[in-house]
Design a protein around this ligand. Sequence first.
Ligand code: DOR
Length: 400
Amino acid sequence: MLLIKNGFIISNNALVKKDILIKNDKILKIEDEINEEAEIIDAKGLLVMPGAVDVHVHFREPGFTYKENISSGSKAAAKGGFTDVMTMPNLNPCPNDLKTWQEEQRLIVENGVINIYPYMTISEDELGEKISDFDNLHNYCYAASDDGHGVNNLVLLEEACKLALKYNMVIASHAETKEGRQLPCGEYDAVRREIEIAKRVGCRYHFCHLSTKESFEAVRQAKKEGYRNITCEAAPHHLVLNSSMIKDANWKMNPPLRGEDDRLETVRALVDGTVDVVATDHAPHAVSEKSKPYSECPNGIIGIETSLPIIYTNFVKTGVISLDRFLDLMVYNPINVFSLPKHGMYVGSTASLTALDIKNLHTYLGREILSLSQNCPYIGEKYYGFPKFTICNGKIVYHN
Ligand code: DOR
């Protein structure tokens, strides 16, 4: 048994001191004081919360293990306080069908230290030409995405939506038109036309990493009209960085950093409930790739070790969002939007949790990074809320 002593949990929007007893993979007790024979973990002064859930990460295996692999990515996630992640399918081979999915799943079972739920592709190899094998993969995947590419074949997209509806899966859209590419209109034109498809078909439709005022406005409007099947995410970088801050390729991602107006609109959407989940788009790339000239180097930054501290420091500690909203954005909404296996801070729950040091500022250093890649704009920055330990399914998967 594991006994977590003297931590604070979030209860009705407030911090309350509790001890937590874990037996095997379940929470057995949560009480003011527990004294039992068990391995004790000191959580004095720490915020103990359910393990965070990131629905948008790139772990690069199979195919690009010089950037990241399932072992390194999942260890980085555990260090960042995440116990459950969904891995994007822009791999080699891409999980298009049973055979390719099995290849990824075998690596996950062998090497993952947390719960990993792989996306399947929407179209084979994300080429937008031939629909992927929903008929088989719906048994194993919660969602499909062609992340990295907008689906511009709208006939295929609508067919995928119908299959998603049939199988109760989520379509996760990297919304981008071919003509507009990374321009703001490239995103919001795609969002607008895809909302029409999602309304018509009625499937669960989730927009990845939205970054413009108009995109959030379109989702806000759809929600106002009652379309609860339409959801969206915001990434930490779009919430705290803008285009005027770009220094080098470690500030380059897709969608790109926008102007300050769009950043403020992203924050507004976070606050008013338009944003359902915070997701990192953790996208590792090797130094050799990111040191190419800016226009030639690949899009993406790592973010899974800094997501909780960034959101806690910028939005919770400052009172912009409540503790309960923090939990919804980082844990409960991701689980609900994608119908993932549940966990939470209650007796009987799967014991997946993390403990954040919310009292002390910590400077994030390159040498502590567990990801295989270092493409990160936050190195040298100070935040509250870095995890001290993470427990997944009753096992300690990170302890600092
Ligand atoms: O910045 C990004 N990186 N955006 C994407 O859509 C893809 C991702 C990647 O795979 O590197």
